[in-house]
Ligand binder design. Structure first.
Ligand code: 6GU
Length: 259
């Protein structure tokens, strides 16, 4: 997979040289290229922004500079990603989708954003343009959001994760539940013991305990995810656990007891 990042702060993306993403680059699985947008500015000051049409606070990034940069970097079939807090939320589903694409180009905006004609122009030319937000808070620019999205996508590219970090176990998260709590030695630490069942060697009991923990955690922290569970994927013991947690499994969905 090829990933290009256009930014006025290339150093933000230095973290893509570390850890799994860095190793995947060395291994030739990922071709990541970070570019300084100012290389496409045409004045002595390397200006990339101007005042907003119609007035108001802040600055807007110029379409001509972005247009020049994107025409050099986009390839046939590439996806243009525009990180913005006003985009649809980037989720694990988005990451799975983008992990199948050959070339992602991230256009990191700063200030009040990029002139709206940039996305419009590329869409009109048939480029897949995806705006995306990483959550309901405001960052100073798209760089940190790009780091988040590249990491989430890269780890789904075949070969990027080694066996030790395998993505297979995570079919859990795809199942729509939060992960169960994990423990390792020492068996007792600061007066706290590892739950006995995990030391029992009984694989069936361990699996059931973990499933119950995942259900209980999800009910406590993310009731919206419980309400979104598919009843056909819940066995008798899931139903009993959910009942204890105050949820009823109906043929058409999971709802708080009594509703
Ligand atoms: Cl993608 N960009 C900015 N500037 N802020 C954000 C964001 C993106 N996602 C959440 N907040």
């Amino acid at each position: 997979m090829r990933v290009d990042v256009l930014t006025i702060f290339p150093a933000y993306l230095d973290a893509l040289e570390l850890s799994l993403v860095g190793k995947a680059r060395t291994a030739g699985l990922l071709d990541v290229r970070v570019h300084d947008l100012r290389d496409w500015a045409h004045d002595r000051h390397r200006t990339v922004d101007d005042t907003p049409a119609g007035g108001g606070a802040g600055m807007v990034m110029r379409p001509d500079v972005w247009g020049a940069a994107l025409s050099d970097v986009l390839t046939e079939g590439a996806t243009l990603v525009v990180p913005t807090p006003s985009g649809p939320t980037f989720t694990q589903r988005t990451a799975e989708d983008w992990a199948t694409r050959e070339h992602l180009v991230f256009a990191c905006g700063r200030y009040e954003g990029i002139d709206a004609r940039v996305a419009e122009h590329h869409r009109a030319r048939g480029v897949r343009v995806e705006e995306a937000s990483i959550g309901d808070y405001v960052l100073n620019g798209g760089e940190v959001a790009t780091l988040v999205m590249v990491e989430a996508v890269a780890r789904l590219v075949p070969g990027v994760l080694g066996n030790a970090e395998s993505v297979v176990e995570e079919s859990h998260s795809a199942e729509g539940l939060l992960e169960y709590p994990v423990y390792t030695r020492p068996v007792e630490w600061e007066g706290l013991a590892i739950p006995d069942v995990l030391m029992s060697g009984h694989h069936g009991k361990v699996a059931r305990w973990r499933r119950d923990q995942a259900l209980a955690r999800t009910a406590e922290r993310r009731p919206d995810m419980i309400a979104a569970l598919d009843p056909t994927r819940l066995d008798k013991r899931d139903r009993a656990t959910l009942g204890d947690l105050g949820w009823w499994v109906h043929p058409d969905g999971v709802r708080p007891a009594g509703e």
